[in-house]
Design a protein around this ligand. Structure first.
Ligand code: SF4
Length: 330
């Protein structure tokens, strides 16, 4: 039984000049206690997908135009796409059952409150603990994420601690209510590589200890290799390939996935590997190419690619891709 199923999700933005189809028919599922990596270049719709799950799309101009986000909650299934973003059900899910961590901790941490006050607030609201018990729980969470001397640090402000510690504090805040799903949007991109490795290891440990599923969003396939069980590759509002980590890294079939893999530097390789960048840029989501969305940048494009979009086809169980090269119809 999946924990969450996203089905044909479409999230659009209606601006004065354009209809921006940021997410344009996305399907995936996440099983309990597993990590799905959602990868792709900037502008492919990854963050909008995450914000849709949490009903945090700014409206207007944004709107979940179609599709379902089925959240399996104990015995009931709730369609998050149909809930009132400000209603009591969504508020009880957001931050409690589904939590989010951002690339920039200052987005989540308020500089005028102590770290402890912010973690305690979430615990008091969602777990209905009294102040003293909430403080103890907050200290326990700061200890769990590896913050030294948590009894003292709890009374410090975010400006008093380093970037890596802030990221740990944000993870502590997100996990303080034991969410079943953690949405992590580029959580280590702003950190240097040493701290990045520590935070990734920490997230892996916490996933195991807290039995939390993770939707891990990144533009960096190298990062996701250490984190995910499954990977969904997103391009211009659509999933173009989805499979296990092994399938995506050892048997990638979509030219975009292969391009992303070829552009990962391998510092430990004995033989120097030539990095091959993907030519061109992701087009604007209001100016989507006809046919296959990747066709203007694809070295393998055929006549049909410019005319007709390929469906997401099964390569083998749990491995799907949308490319005419993988079908028998060309
Ligand atoms: Fe390239 Fe055609 Fe496959 Fe698109 S469908 S990725 S253009 S080969």
């Amino acid at each position: 039984m999946p924990l969450i199923e996203v089905k044909d999700l479409k999230t659009y933005f209606y601006t004065e000049d354009h209809l921006v189809r940021a997410v344009d028919g996305v399907d995936f599922a996440i099983e309990p206690e597993t990590t799905l990596g959602l990868v792709g270049e900037s502008g492919c719709g990854k963050s909008v997908t995450a914000l849709s799950i949490l009903s945090l799309i700014p409206s207007p101009p944004g709107k979940i135009e179609a599709g379902e986000i089925l959240f399996h909650r104990n015995d009931a299934v709730v369609d998050l796409a149909k809930l009132d973003p400000k209603g009591s059900v969504m508020r009880s899910i957001r931050g409690n059952e589904i939590a989010m961590i951002f690339q920039e901790p200052m987005t989540a941490l308020n500089p005028v409150y102590t770290i402890g006050n912010q973690i305690m607030e979430s615990i008091i609201i969602h777990q209905r603990l009294r102040k003293r018990a909430a403080r103890e729980k907050a200290i326990e969470m700061l200890r769990a994420v590896g913050i030294p001397s948590p009894e003292q640090r709890i009374d410090e402000y975010s400006s008093q601690i380093s970037g890596g510690m802030r990221q740990r504090a944000m993870i502590a805040m997100a996990l303080s209510c034991n969410p079943v799903l953690l949405v992590a949007d580029e959580p280590t991109t702003a950190l240097d590589v040493t701290i990045q490795a520590q935070v990734l290891n920490l997230m892996n440990d916490l996933r195991r200890d807290f039995k939390t599923a993770i939707l891990f969003i990144t533009h960096d396939l190298g990062v996701i290799a250490k984190m995910a069980d499954n990977i969904a590759v997103m391009y211009l509002g659509k999933i173009v390939e989805i499979g296990t980590v092994r399938d995506i890294f050892h048997n990638p079939v979509h030219p975009y996935t292969r391009g992303l893999i070829d552009s990962i530097p391998v510092l430990t390789a004995r033989k120097k590997k030539r990095l091959v960048p993907i030519e061109g840029f992701v087009p604007d989501a209001f100016d989507i190419p006809k046919g296959c969305r990747f066709s203007p940048r694809c070295a393998h494009a055929m006549e049909i690619c410019h005319r007709q979009p390929p469906d997401l086809n099964e390569i083998k169980p749990w491995h799907q891709a949308s490319c005419w090269l993988t079908t028998n119809e060309t």
